[in-house]
Design a protein around this ligand. Structure first.
Ligand SMILES: [Zn+2]
Ligand SMILES: [Zn+2]
Length: 244
């Protein structure tokens, strides 16, 4: 660690993104964490309590990241998603949900660093990750971007790109303003987003793009964004989100 970094760590000791406790070294219990977790790295970004209590997504559908019970097929067979695979860190509930709200609505931009790292570690354990050519953040509607001042998906994408050593390319744009998804019913969410994205330019760096967003609920946003990327030049689109 450099002297500068050491000094910064003394002034602003790293805190757990989920409960804001100052981080302390601990030895994780064997088997307490998801299989992808590097046990030595986890205490650098999480406290013991949160690491043990988080709603990690263990068994999930490789296509839509929905939690799966043993031997059951996923309901996503019914949907023609434009994305090919999806990875989510945890379920959109409890501490995970609260923390995503802080990142999204309460200007806690620093959360993107530990959360992005965790997501990257999980991604690194997947077989398809080695073929990813670039990371693409889901863009915010310009109006919302102006009010919020930042795009949480872009912050996460930057960390994921850096951790996985792939470039981050901002090639998606919102073509039109859409109503906030949170106030709409399930069906209306799909209608609301139709044709909402466009690929700004043909992407020439390779055919597998990784779309990054904070959360995936109905999948409508990721579907439309992936459709636009495929209309651009992507052959394959995978999705990475913090929560599902
Ligand atoms: Zn904690
Ligand atoms: Zn599925």
């Amino acid at each position: 660690m450099s002297v500068g970094k050491l000094f910064l760590n003394l002034l602003f000791p790293p805190r757990c993104p989920f409960c804001r406790e100052i981080l302390r070294e601990f030895t994780p219990q064997k088997g307490a964490f998801p299989s992808w977790a590097k046990e030595k790295s986890i205490p650098k970004v999480l406290c013991r309590k949160c690491a043990e209590e988080l709603p990690w997504l263990q068994k999930s559908c490789p296509r839509c990241a929905c939690g799966l019970s043993e031997g059951k097929a996923c309901f996503c067979r019914r949907y023609e998603y434009a994305f090919d695979s999806c990875c989510a860190l945890g379920r959109y509930t409890g501490k995970m949900r609260e923390t995503l709200h802080s990142l999204k609505y309460h200007n806690k931009r620093w959360l993107s660093e530990p959360l992005g790292k965790l997501l990257s570690w999980k991604l690194a354990s997947l077989s398809w990750i080695s073929s990813v050519d670039a990371v693409v953040p889901v863009p915010l509607a310009p109006q919302r971007r102006t009010v919020r001042g930042y795009n949480q998906a872009a912050l996460l994408a930057r960390v994921v790109g850096r951790e996985l050593c792939v470039p981050v390319v901002d090639i998606l744009e919102r073509v039109r303003e859409t109503e906030s998804q949170t106030v709409l019913s399930r069906e209306k969410r799909w209608e609301n987003l139709q044709g909402a994205f466009r690929c700004q330019k043909e992407w020439e760096g390779g055919g597998h793009l990784l779309l990054v967003d904070d959360v995936l609920t109905t999948g409508a946003t990721a579907h439309e964004a992936a459709r636009a990327l495929k209309a651009g030049a992507a052959q394959r689109v995978s999705v990475a989100v913090l929560a599902r």
